[in-house]
Design a protein around this ligand. Sequence first.
Ligand SMILES: *Cc1c(COP(=O)(O)O)cnc(C)c1O
Length: 228
Amino acid sequence: MSTVATNLAAVRERIAQACQKAGRNPQEVKILAVTKTHPAQVVEEAIAAGVDAIGENRVQEAAEKRPAVRLPASWHLVGPLQRNKAKKAIELFDLIATVDRVPLAETLEKLLANRAKVMPVMVEVNVGREPQKSGVLEEELAPLVSYLLSHCPHLQFLGLLTVPPYHPDPERSRPHFRRLRELARQLEAAFQLPPLQLSMGMSEDFWVAVEEGATWVRLGRVLFGERR
Ligand SMILES: *Cc1c(COP(=O)(O)O)cnc(C)c1O
């Protein structure tokens, strides 16, 4: 087995334990391998090991890397997106997980409508209200989702993503994960939506996120080691 495959097996075991604790089905939890800083060969190892999708946080990096990856996979953008990179982003990615404002949604919608293409998207929520972080504040979430549903037929709204404030104790992330789940349940009720996906949890707190309902965990270091 490759190192990545060994690490992935350990992660799956930890997810299974968290699911058991929470009374969830482990099949509901998908693994996004976040391959930023790692070369194409590492991405291929991850795909071969059976991760559910590949995550990159920068458009330019993905533009250089993706053509060099020969194995098929779904690629998700998990970093902030500037409007001037939107065109490149919709050409490169299969899902954009960081929609966080109306003007960005408007730009994406126009570009996609021109191409008659539908893009699955998630909305990033700044649950920790950190000024330096991207993501919509929770009081602006419902208006943004309303805009997506009423004005963006080429954006398929699938769920919410969050990156809680960093803290070495993973338990400190729990209230933020719980809050994201509550926000999702509120949106489902308000807009009569099917169950939303929840992208939350990284290397240091993914099992806590799974206990709180994550359907995607985004993992870098626990699969690939420290980034250089
Ligand atoms: C880098 C990154 C991750 C993965 O972080 P690790 O701590 O290496 O697991 C997850 N989500 C986003 C948005 C990232 O930029």
